[in-house]
Design a protein around this ligand. Sequence first.
Ligand code: ZN
Length: 280
Amino acid sequence: VGASLEFLDPGFTALSGSGEDLSDRVKVEGEVIPYLAGEYELVYSLENQAGERIELTRTVTVEPLQVPETVQPNERTIYLTFDDGPGPYTAQLLDLLARYNVKVTFFVTCMEPDYEDMIGRAYREGHSIGIHCAEHDYYTVYASEEAFFDDFYRAQAMIYRQTGSYTRLCRFPGGSSNTVSSFNKGIMTRLTASVRNLGYQYFDWDVDSNDAGGTKTTAGIVKNVTEGCAGRRSSVVLQHDIKDYSVAAVEQIIIWGLRNGYTFRALDLSSPTAHHRIAN
Ligand code: ZN
């Protein structure tokens, strides 16, 4: 099995010596985690009329997925991205995006379970969903590789519940250039390699709305984003849909972009990554 984030058991049949179909009585034990490369064993067992247990093992190898090459868009493109949601403003953002038929990307968390269904809605409406983290706690997430992937796969499982699909897009809490992880020397160097080896593409940004920094007004967000994108062929914009003043800026950003010949797109595996220089 490879190049897939789904595992479908190829199935089995069990027949008695006299040709009776016993397939319903087969017990299957073991689990394949389709997004985690490795070897898995599935054990199929059946007790026959004589009370003997018959057992067969199937070994399933999940090959690491390949990340495709980045392709630069032909047209002037803006990739709006929203971190840390979903939250109370996500629904109104989705309404607005639907009105303009603009597709964006959400790097989501598990921090607001009441709004998690917005992830399913966003996915069905054509937006991209990526993993940000389950809990936005740098000291937990970056404590070790094991802690990072525990949190990462929790978010993946939640995305799967909401969308019926595993994602291969992600964004590190704080971005790949963060230094807040420096209490664990070199962890960003290791994690950026390991997520790609597992078939994920990570994205940073090259235009920061600064909505998590000092800019707390809608006008300020509009200015930061439009000035940041102006003159760039393609931009990956960082915003947070848990900030009302940032969500309120999106309509003006879209109008500015459309008037100036930009296309808004959701990220996919081959989109520009806007990778930062790793600092830890
Ligand atoms: Zn974040």
